[in-house]
Write a protein of this length. Structure first.
Length: 202
């Protein structure tokens, strides 16, 4: 068998090596649109959610996570495991840079676009029974809240109970009642507090 020309061997090696690098670069390029789409999706969820809660699920087993997802899903809440780097970019897009220090370690986020009380209740109750679940921080209608505030939010009655309380207490016209129902929870709770203060002064 004849000897292989050294120049040919070197060129073959470089061509092979270049092909590997080209393929790798192509893979990175192909992944970029997917990452952009994920950042866009996360930023939209952060902007639309009435209450967002960041959690560290480290230590929970598959059964625990499945149970938690089921509880949240039944309440209309999405629970999503996220990459911290992409979530940091998404948070910056919606001016929630304060989330960045909390985006370390395993992170899963609960998004609730309708009811801010339900996720606070479900996650707080679950964390009491499963100490491995850590609530990191929350976002209530675009404002950062700490875990203590999440706990206080969890103590509020459900939205249905609050609506019933307000319906029984309000003496104003139907139009005003409808406007409160359509408004965010913070305004809703504020209206209840005003009614309570009026009753105490009467």
């Amino acid at each position: 068998m004849g000897l292989v020309c050294p120049d040919l061997a070197i060129r073959a090696f470089l061509l092979w090596k270049g092909g590997v690098n080209l393929s790798a670069r192509k893979g990175i390029s192909m992944a970029r649109p997917e990452k952009v789409a994920i950042v866009e999706e996360l930023s939209e969820k952060l902007a639309a959610s009435q209450l967002t809660v960041l959690t560290d699920y480290r230590g929970l087993n598959v059964k625990d996570i499945t149970e938690l997802r089921k509880k949240l899903r039944e309440a209309g809440i999405e629970y999503k495991v996220v990459k911290n780097t992409l979530t940091t970019l998404a948070a910056k897009k919606v001016e929630l840079e304060e989330l960045e220090p909390h985006l370390v370690g395993p992170t899963a986020i609960a998004f609730s676009s309708d009811d801010p009380v339900a996720p606070a209740k479900i996650l707080s109750d679950f964390a009491q029974d499963h100490k491995q679940l850590e609530l990191k921080v929350g976002v209530l209608e675009g404002k950062i809240i700490d875990t203590e505030a999440i706990g206080e939010l969890a103590k509020l009655p459900s939205r249905e109970v609050l609506l019933g309380m307000l319906l029984g207490a309000m003496q104003g016209p139907v139009g005003g009642f409808a406007r409160v129902l359509a408004g965010p929870l913070t305004g809703f709770v504020r209206a209840l507090d005003q009614i309570r203060q009026q009753k105490e002064q009467a």
